[in-house]
Design a protein around this ligand. Structure first.
Ligand code: NAP
Length: 325
């Protein structure tokens, strides 16, 4: 960011939050460290009671992206001393074989958390598998019991990405109460739980989805915007109110040269890198354009993705502590 953009962003940030944010930080890196520290302390506490948390991860088939995600989760476990077991099942696994595996893990007293890496092959119903997981071992927070607990404001295990985003906002913004938050996307994994969490934090929440007319004009009213859509660069500066804070959850691989030119600018290092490799990872927000209007925008890569894994570690600790007590 240029100096003038940085200065104007800081001034807008201060204006929007009545000056109270001057000098405060908005850093995903700090929140990731904070969550990992909390998880580390939890693991130490559990180990003192001879009860180190144990995460079981089921992965089906050879989808490269799924393998990358699982590898990162297992690496985070070993960094924190969380025991992990990886169960690889073949692409042609049947639904009943998967349900048997989940049942076995439910009954295994040594296992605290069960995570089924999505997507699953078409012959297996993801809903059936998720519903088979013991809700108290459901570290992804996708089981209907945990969805209900979240909607009701009760304690439970909740989806890692939106909970991680809330941790970021609570750490970085002095006041969420009364803010108008717009969530773009209504998936069960991100959009809906995000909206519930913001509502519990006393925001006024609007959800935008693919059938919402004039999404841009609704978004322009928002103090806080969380985007989880899966459309590269959908939200640009023209969607935003000056001084809004923007969290970009989207992760998209782009290969289109024109899109890369629009998002990165022809003279940028990112565009040069794109031209060398023919691909790049971008979010749902046109970062350059949004930064000219918003107070803050989380980057992609290097933003929300790392929060998700840190929060997963914390969910494992929470599940292990609850089972112990
Ligand atoms: P999803 O299940 O495909 O849901 C996408 C949502 O976006 C849907 O609710 C859809 O509306 C809405 N949508 C689609 N096009 C739209 C448009 N033009 N305007 C407004 N809304 C639109 O996706 P997801 O699982 O929530 O993931 C969203 C993005 O976040 C993806 O890029 C994914 O890779 C990323 N993600 C990142 C993390 C992380 O750790 N950083 C975690 C999870 C997901 P309808 O419901 O009307 O179809």
């Amino acid at each position: 960011m240029s100096i003038s953009l940085l200065v104007s962003a800081v001034l807008r940030y201060g204006d929007f939050f009545g000056g109270t944010l001057m000098g405060s930080r908005w850093s995903t890196k700090d929140t990731v460290s904070h969550l990992m520290d909390q998880a580390r302390q939890g693991v130490a506490w559990l180990k003192e009671r001879s009860s180190a948390p144990h995460l079981a991860v089921i992965i089906v088939g050879d989808d490269p992206a799924s393998h990358v995600y699982v590898r990162r989760k297992v690496e985070a476990c070993s960094e924190l001393g969380v025991k992990s077991t990886r169960i690889d099942l073949p692409e042609d696994v049947t639904e009943s074989e998967m349900l048997d595996e989940v049942k076995r893990l439910n009954q295994d007293d040594d296992v605290d958390g069960i995570l089924v890496q999505l997507p699953l092959p078409s012959q297996v119903s993801a809903n059936a598998v998720i519903e088979a997981i013991d809700p108290d071992k459901d570290v992804d927070g996708f089981h209907p019991v945990n969805v209900g607990r979240l909607a009701l404001g009760q304690a439970g295990l909740f989806p890692c990405t939106p909970v991680g985003v809330m941790a970021l906002m609570k750490q970085s913004l002095p006041e969420l109460k009364g803010k108008h938050a717009v969530v773009i996307g209504r998936s069960a994994i991100v959009g809906k739980p995000m909206a519930h969490l913001l509502l519990h934090a006393h925001c006024s929440v609007t959800i935008i989805h693919s059938r919402t007319p004039n999404p841009q004009s609704i978004c322009q009213l928002a103090d806080i915007v969380v985007v989880a859509v899966g459309r590269p660069g959908l939200v640009d500066g023209s969607w935003l109110k000056p001084g809004a804070v923007v969290v970009d959850v989207g992760i998209n691989e782009i290969k289109d040269k024109e899109l890369a030119r629009r998002l990165f600018g022809e003279d940028s290092k990112k565009y040069a890198r794109f031209m060398r490799s023919g691909r790049a990872l971008v979010g749902d927000v046109d970062y350059r354009s949004a930064l000219g209007v918003a107070a803050w925008v989380t980057p992609v890569p290097g933003g929300v993705g790392r929060l998700t894994i840190a929060q997963l570690m914390l969910n494992c600790v929470t599940a292990a502590k609850r089972r112990l007590s």
